[in-house]
Structure formats: structure tokens, C-alpha cells
Write a protein that binds this ligand. Structure first.
Ligand code: ZN
Length: 534
């Protein structure tokens, strides 16, 4: 007989010395039946832990073989305990089981787990962490944290449900309920295992639950794709075809159908426990995406042949550049972003200049590899923009938050804008003919949608206000007209009348035909973004 130390009755004893780093699994009596049934059904050690509702991350991080040995030892020890609930004295008899404990028979783990389909086995290890880390490193993100997200084949839910039905009756018979929600999810266990490995590979990048950078890993398992097809017959409502979805068997739909189906129907349609499989899941390409960052500023436009956005007609370019392209190129390069969305407080026509303090604009930068730029660096980017072209000039370039950006659009109608127009008159005029304009205050206009924008704006009559005007005589047929108006006023139409669609208009006020030769925006009175010191 081997000299063995005796187990203290009533305590979980593995009969082995604890290895360094080995985690004491907080297993309970009810877990015995779960461990037995699940190992026999071909589940991996980590999936067994999940169903034992063990939410100790370290338990999932230890070697699978260690977990397996601990589980097997626990089952045997528990067996002995149930045979001899209390052994106050050490007798020859009580020594017997102790000997058995020393030679615990360790079951083999199925080569591919029927539950996680290998995800918590061969796909939660160092090579997988290296693969994910490589994908992140290749993109060269300048971040100190990331979120790991994963997507699993939908049929995994069916297998999970089947296994739950397989063990829950016995658990109930022994000691109460095994709630489906108490089972640790594959995703959760995967993250616990991978977080540490990945952080080590990435050296210094923390894998956390909230971060701007999301790294997604996906798995498919074609071998079992058909596993969830029976649900479509039992619950057709859950599986409605939609245009954008490749398959109706989305995870959401499958989960919904599983909530509805009766246990009887489920058990008739699919094997319980889940059937064995021959292959592991296939990992998909790792996807990295950083949330957008926002940049704002003000721009001047000094050129009468530069559109704000690329001007394309039938796919063909009409002007060689645009305000947004001139601004975007250096900004995109600085943040190493994939693309951008540009917006501004109103916009000017291609032939209109924007002077004064300029027009506020904001850019959403998509999937930036760098998410922060110091104020000094931003100044350099601004300088690069300004040196790249004399057609525009940018000031107050700065990083802003997403909410700040929406403030630019808020209450835009209430804002005022100032303009200077060069006006031509058909009849010759004297300086005195135009002085009355200096006294016009809050002149209300009714503007029917201008003919030139009718193709893109709905037909309506919009009321706008000209807050003040002033005129400077140039010669018998020309004067400069300065206007302070409500944002959204069509200035050109006010001057030429747009065939009577804007009322009143300058032709009516001057009793002659007038036209607009040049227009400049002199100020856009939006106090955003904050003015920066030079
Ligand atoms: Zn598993």
C-alpha cells in the first residue's frame, strides 16, 4: 500500500500537490454531475467550467490539462465523500478511497469540443494571440488600450441549449436550478483567456472593456451550419429574410427562436447532448476599427472658382479641387485616417468668397490610426494646409468632441451672416438713390425656393429677415451693398429677384433691374469652434 496522506473529510481534495499558479476551483457538489456528463459528452475542460458557473478568470487561463485533472480529481473525491459522508475516525476502510484518489483517472478531453467547437481549446492560445497582435501591429495604431470583441457561429447557441437541457434535469434533482444565464458565455471565457495573452504580445497595450479601438475576431464552422436550420420550421417568425443579411440564421434570430421553442420540440429535432464534430472553427480575418475623431476650424476662401465639395457632373470632375479636399489631405495624413466626412455652418457657391473670420467647419475622421494630436501638432497641420494653396486659409484648427460638432448645426437658422455684394443697375443711379438702404431694418423676405436649387430642394416659401443694409456708391451703374441677414437667406435672389420669386427684392426697392456681379461672405456669426490664440 502506498503511503498517502488522508483527505480531510468534507473538503475538496485533489490528492495532488498544488502546482504553482494552479487555481483552486470553487467547485460545488452539484458540479459533480455536470463534470461527469459533460466530459462524457465531449465537452472541453473550459466549457465544463462555464457550466459549473465558475466566473474566476484565472481558472480559464490555467493550462487546460491542469483544469481537466482538477475536475476529474474532484469528481472522484466527491464520489468518496458521498459514499462516506463523515469519517471522524481514520479506519482501514477510510484509507481505501484515499489510495484511489492518488491515482485519479483523468479523462481525455475531446479533440474538438462539441460546445465551443474548439474556440476555447486550440483557438484560445498563444498562436491565436500572436495572430491578433500582428493584425493590430500591422495597422500601426497609436493607442494604449483596445477592446477585444468576437463573433461566434450562430449554431453554437443551439449546442449550448442542447447541453444545458442535457445537464439541467440532473442538477435540479440534486440541488436546485441551473439557470441558463448563470452559465458563463463562451465569449466571456474567450476574452478572459485572450486578454492576458494579447496584452503580453502587444506589450503595453491594455485589453479593456471600453476603448476607442475595437479588435474583432470572428469564427465560422461550416461543418455545423445546418445545426440551426430546424428552428426555421418551428419558429418561422424569427427568420425573416432581409436584404442586407447573408443568412437569416443570425445569432439574434437563433437566440429568439430558442427562447420560444419547447424543450420537447427541441429534443425531437436535434441531438442532446450535441453531436460530435471533426473540425474546429475557422478563424476569420482580424478586423480593427477605431472610433472616429473630430476636428474643427474656420476657413476662408479667396477664390471665385473653387467649389466647397468636389464638383462632379456625370462622374466627371468640373473643378480641379475643392475646399474640403484642400483641408482634408493634410488632416487625413496627420491622423492616418481611412476617410472623412466634412460639414460646415452653411456653404457658399463656387463663385462666392468667404472672408473675415471664415466659416466654421468640422470633419469626422474615420478609423484614425492616431487619435490625439497636441495643439502644437495641430498648428503644424494648419500651417501645412495654408502653405499648400493660396485659395483657402484655415484658422482655429483643433480637436473637438462629437457632441461639440453637432452644436455647429444647432440653431443655425437663428445665426446671422454678413455679406458684401457688387451690384449692377440697369438705370443709372445717383449716390442719393441708394442712401435709403442705410436705414432699412429687419426687412422680412418671402423667398420661394430659387430656380437654381429647385432640383435639390423642395418647393416652399421661406421667410427670411435682412437685419440691416448699407450701400456704397461706386459709379452710375455699380454700388457695393453690405447686408446682415438671417442665415439661410438667398442673397443673389434678393438682388435680382429671381423672376419675382423673392419678395420684396432689390429691383422693386430701386425701381430698376439689378443684378449681382460678385458676392463675398464677410462673416458667419457662429461662436464655434473656440478662437485659438495665434
Ligand atoms: Zn469547449
Amino acid at each position: 500500500m502506498l503511503p498517502v496522506r488522508l483527505a480531510t473529510p468534507g473538503r475538496c481534495q485533489t490528492g495532488r500537490t498544488q502546482l504553482q499558479g494552479e487555481v483552486m476551483l470553487p467547485l460545488k457538489e452539484k458540479d459533480k454531475i455536470i463534470i461527469k456528463k459533460m466530459l462524457a459528452a465531449g465537452c472541453c475542460a473550459r466549457c465544463v467550467l462555464r457550466f459549473c458557473c465558475i466566473s474566476v478568470p484565472a481558472a480559464y487561463r490555467q493550462r487546460r490539462q491542469d483544469t481537466l485533472e482538477q475536475l476529474c480529481a474532484f469528481v472522484e473525491a466527491a464520489d468518496d465523500d458521498s459514499r462516506e459522508p463523515a469519517a471522524p475516525e481514520e479506519s482501514e476502510d477510510s484509507r481505501e478511497p484515499a489510495v484511489k484518489r492518488a491515482k485519479v483517472e483523468v479523462a481525455e478531453e475531446a479533440s474538438v469540443c462539441v460546445l465551443c467547437l474548439g474556440v476555447l481549446q486550440h483557438l484560445s492560445d498563444v498562436p491565436q494571440a500572436v495572430k491578433i497582435a500582428d493584425a493590430v501591429t500591422k495597422e500601426n495604431y497609436e493607442v494604449d488600450s483596445l477592446v477585444l470583441s468576437m463573433s461566434l457561429p450562430a449554431q453554437l447557441c443551439v449546442r449550448e441549449h442542447s447541453c444545458w437541457l442535457h445537464v439541467k434535469e440532473q442538477v435540479r434533482a440534486k440541488c436546485g436550478l441551473l439557470g441558463k444565464d448563470d452559465v458563463v458565455q463562451v465569449k466571456e471565457a474567450f476574452k478572459w483567456v485572450m486578454q492576458d495573452l494579447l496584452a503580453k504580445e502587444l506589450g503595453g497595450v491594455a485589453v479593456v472593456t471600453k476603448s476607442g479601438l475595437e479588435v474583432s475576431v470572428g469564427f465560422t464552422h461550416p461543418e455545423t451550419d445546418a445545426d440551426c436550420h430546424f428552428l426555421a420550421t418551428s419558429c418561422p417568425d424569427c427568420f425573416k429574410a432581409t436584404k442586407n443579411k447573408q443568412s437569416v440564421f443570425t445569432r439574434m434570430a437563433v437566440v429568439k427562436a430558442l427562447e420560444k421553442i419547447t424543450d420537447g420540440k427541441f429534443l425531437k429535432s436535434t441531438p442532446c447532448p450535441p453531436s460530435r464534430v471533426s473540425s474546429s472553427c475557422t478563424p476569420q480575418d482580424v478586423q480593427c476599427a477605431h472610433v472616429a475623431v473630430f476636428v474643427a476650424g474656420r476657413y476662408n476662401k479667396f477664390c471665385r472658382s473653387l467649389p466647397q465639395t468636389p464638383w462632379l457632373i456625370d462622374g466627371e470632375r468640373r473643378m480641379e479641387s475643392s475646399v474640403e479636399e484642400l483641408i482634408a489631405a493634410p488632416v487625413l495624413a496627420a491622423f492616418r485616417a481611412d476617410g472623412f466626412n466634412f460639414s460646415s455652418s452653411g456653404r457658399e457657391d463656387v463663385d462666392v468668397r468667404t472672408l473675415g473670420n471664415g466659416r466654421p467647419f468640422a470633419m469626422e475622421l474615420l478609423n484614425p490610426r492616431r487619435n490625439q494630436l497636441s495643439p502644437d501638432h495641430m498648428k503644424k497641420v494648419q500651417q501645412t494646409i495654408n502653405e499648400s494653396s493660396d485659395k483657402i486659409r484655415v484658422r482655429d484648427l483643433q480637436m473637438v468632441s462629437r457632441d461639440a460638432m453637432s452644436r455647429m448645426k444647432e440653431g443655425e437658422e437663428e445665426k446671422t451672416k454678413s455679406y458684401r455684394a457688387l451690384v449692377w443697375t440697369l438705370k443709372s443711379i445717383q449716390p442719393d438713390d441708394i442712401t435709403f438702404m442705410d436705414h432699412v431694418k429687419d426687412l422680412a423676405l418671402d423667398q420661394k425656393t430659387p430656380l437654381r436649387v429647385l432640383h435639390r430642394r423642395t418647393l416652399a416659401v421661406r421667410r427670411r429677415v435682412i437685419h440691416s443694409m448699407s450701400a456704397v456708391f461706386l459709379d452710375a451703374h455699380h454700388f457695393h451693398l453690405r447686408l446682415k441677414t438671417q442665415a439661410g437667406t438667398y442673397i443673389k435672389e434678393f438682388v435680382h429677384g429671381d423672376f419675382g420669386r423673392t419678395k420684396p427684392n432689390l429691383c422693386q426697392l430701386l425701381h430698376t433691374d439689378t443684378d449681382i456681379l460678385e458676392l463675398d461672405v464677410e462673416s458667419v456669426d457662429v461662436d464655434w469652434p473656440p478662437v485659438l490664440p495665434d
